[in-house]
Design a protein around this ligand. Structure first.
Ligand code: ATP
Length: 198
């Protein structure tokens, strides 16, 4: 079984995340992609995120029509600061024979050596890295130590300059977010009056 984890805050999930997972699935013939919402990201401890329940529910709505994609609530259940290495260890225990992958964008790969136990992560997982035109993958790779660089498989993808931050800002400004995230996610955002407060 080839299983990948795609971590993020998903506040909210959007088509950039979904396309990244889809392209990575194709490149690496993945059988499952686990979308892992962080309880608290180690790099964003000062930021106020939406309730975990809302972020999980929006993910469920976005993923419901793809049998290979699912929400993994390990970090939400664990609480505290979410370290990917802890999650990877837990997934490894649940699936001892699986081939594991991490999916991330080039921007996120740039900070990879600042993650907890990056060499362990690189040993256990191959890194599927979505190419984003605003970030230079070659330069990012050149700065990484060899054992990590060897584990990177680039994922060419349709460039989508969508970010969760821009979606939140648009909602606050009363602007349309149509075509940036699936319609059922948009409906959920409006129903629960998310992102109206700064
Ligand atoms: P925010 O705007 O709040 O920072 P975000 O939209 O960047 O959020 P995250 O949840 O932080 O979303 O991202 C999770 C992962 O998805 C990261 O590895 C990031 O590189 C990747 N990603 C996010 N948006 C895109 C996109 N538009 N195209 C490709 N990859 C993306």
């Amino acid at each position: 079984m080839r299983i990948a984890l795609l971590g993020g805050t998903f506040d909210p999930v959007h088509y950039g995340h979904l396309r990244l997972a889809e392209e990575a699935s194709e490149v690496a013939s993945l059988e499952r992609v686990l979308f892992v919402p962080a309880y608290v990201s180690p790099f964003r401890t000062a930021e106020r995120l939406s309730e975990p329940m809302h972020r999980v529910q929006m993910l469920r709505l976005a993923l419901h029509d793809n049998p290979r994609f699912e929400v993994c609530e390990l970090e939400i259940q664990r609480g505290g600061i979410s370290y990917t290495v802890d999650t990877v260890r837990a997934v490894r225990e649940q699936h001892p024979d699986a081939e594991l992958f991490l999916i991330l964008g080039t921007d996120t790969l740039q900070g990879f050596m600042g993650w907890r136990e990056p060499y362990v992560l690189g040993q256990v997982c191959q890194l599927l890295v979505g190419i984003r035109p605003e970030y230079d993958l070659q330069e990012t790779l050149a700065r990484l130590p060899e054992p990590i660089r060897q584990r990177v498989q680039p994922v060419p993808m349709v460039p989508l300059g969508i970010s969760a931050r821009a979606i939140r800002q648009r909602v606050r400004a009363g602007r349309s977010i149509r075509y940036l995230t699936p319609p059922n996610v948009i409906e959920y955002i409006h129903q629960h009056r998310l992102y109206l407060e700064p």
